[in-house]
Design a binder for this molecule. Structure first.
Ligand SMILES: Nc1nc2c(ncn2[C@@H]2O[C@H](COP(=O)(O)OP(=O)(O)O)[C@@H](O)[C@H]2O)c(=O)[nH]1
Ligand SMILES: Nc1ncnc2c1ncn2[C@@H]1O[C@H](COP(=O)(O)OP(=O)(O)O)[C@@H](O)[C@H]1O
Length: 392
């Protein structure tokens, strides 16, 4: 603290603070800086010597002092170069150049409500990272698997650990409620005639007859989750998954199939659960063989998880969704934003124009529309709308 890092002295001498967007050019490593009020934020290098964390340093003009703030949230890993631009007095957009497609847009919050609250709480200077994700990138998750494999258990674990991140699409069914099942929470329990009428009225995204009962996902049940800003989880059978996948107008979802370690174990779990009659158990086990075969070989499911050890399977599910133990707050795996390695950045109101540069380019432009961004630290900044404008 107090001592100016060498790179920044250089940078100030270069006088590159014209439009709140700065960049220092060194062959191997580039740092960037932006100015908000009396403060300059330098982004680059490592944070306090940790090679896994991108560094943040602050220079306060009024005191002419340097300091390293406490950095909250899982931030970006260092890379060779960054662009940064001030969005408003509380947020800096940081773009990693040429980095992995799901890791290029970040927000450094320097004076957001969360940062102010933490600053007060901790009694020191605080900034916070939040990863940017595309508005349409948080794909719904379709989970299928035979009865008793553990779908409900895994979904309940996700929802419990990440209540603000995931929402369950509550299906309609004509089967009777089990004890402990609540109408509107586990299922919308309904009559066959009512449900058939609603299916005819196009109120359902998909439906199927499973183990002798009708099950279906109403459009409304998915909308309720999406409107709440959460990522929708659907627990549906293989037929339902197939029809969701087949419809072009349907959900662009991630399809996961859960497999049991063996038929014997599946039977043991179903019996131990004690929610079905002997006849129902037999029917479910008969159907399970075909479901597993379909799940593993139909091409519907991009991911097959084996639920032998529950904790292990849950960990694998979280990994698959991009949530791991190192990033408990930052959420889900999303479709990334592929930024050109060489580019310039310009801000026009709520839009960020990223213009591809360099010899071998076609001068395409990427437009980030930030007018609908939401969320933020702690967690992701969602709602980025991205458009590519190809030069003719
Ligand atoms: N197609 C479809 N299947 C569903 C829906 N809701 C549940 N299912 C499936 O129906 C099957 C039976 O579900 P349930 O009676 O709750 O029994 P469990 O699988 O043993 O918990 C499971 O394979 C569920 O994935 C739905 O809305 N649509
Ligand atoms: N990996 C596991 N090992 C042992 N029992 C499990 C495991 N996963 C789930 N269970 C148990 O198996 C039963 C069926 O799980 P459940 O989540 O109801 O399955 P599904 O929703 O797929 O029908 C439950 O009693 C649950 O506690």
């Amino acid at each position: 603290m107090g001592e100016a890092p060498a790179f920044f002295v250089d940078h100030l001498e270069n006088g590159q603070h014209t439009n709140g967007f700065g960049e220092k050019t060194e062959p191997e490593h580039r740092d960037t800086s932006v100015q908000i009020g009396d403060r300059s934020y330098v982004i680059g290098g490592n944070h306090e010597g940790n090679p896994l964390f991108l560094g943040v340093q602050i220079h306060d003009k009024t005191t002419n002092k340097w300091f390293t703030p406490t950095v909250l949230g899982t931030g970006p890993k260092p890379c060779k170069a960054y662009s940064a631009i001030v969005l408003n007095e509380s947020r800096i957009l940081v773009i990693k150049k040429g980095s992995a497609s799901d890791d290029s847009i970040w927000f450094l919050e320097v004076n957001s409500p969360f940062v102010r609250e933490q600053r007060e709480l901790l009694g020191k200077e605080v900034v916070a990272w939040s990863k940017g994700v595309r508005g349409n990138a948080e794909k719904p998750i379709v989970i299928s698997g035979p009865s008793g494999v553990g779908k409900g258990t895994l979904i309940a674990m996700l929802m419990k650990e990440f209540p603000s991140m995931f929402g369950f699409s509550v299906s309609h069914t004509t089967r009777s409620p089990r004890c402990m099942e609540e109408n509107g929470v586990h299922y919308h329990f309904t009559d066959r005639t009512v449900m058939e009428k609603e299916i005819n009225d196009e109120k359902f995204l998909e439906y199927a007859s499973v183990h002798g009962n009708l099950y279906g996902t109403s459009i409304e049940s998915v909308e309720v989750v999406t409107d709440s800003g959460k990522r929708c989880i659907l627990d549906i059978d293989v037929q339902g998954a197939r029809s969701v996948k087949a419809k072009a107008s349907s959900l662009d979802a991630i399809f996961i199939f859960i497999c049991p370690p063996s038929m014997k174990e599946l039977e043991d779990r179903l019996r131990a659960r004690g929610t079905e009659t002997e006849e129902q158990i037999k029917k479910r086990l008969r159907n399970a063989e075909a479901e597993i075969k379909d799940g593993e070989s139909s091409g519907i499911f991009e991911h097959v998880l084996y639920n032998e050890n529950l904790e292990e399977c849950y960990k694998n599910l979280k990994n698959l969704l991009g949530i791991n133990d190192d990033s408990p707050v930052n959420g889900v795996e999303v479709e990334g934003i592929n930024l050109p390695k060489e580019h310039t950045v310009t801000k026009m109101e709520d839009k960020i124009l990223i213009q591809e540069t360099g010899e071998a380019t076609k001068n395409n432009m990427i437009v980030l529309d930030l007018s609908s961004i939401n969320g933020g630290a702690p967690g992701r900044t969602r709602g980025i709308v991205l458009d590519t404008v190809k030069s003719s």
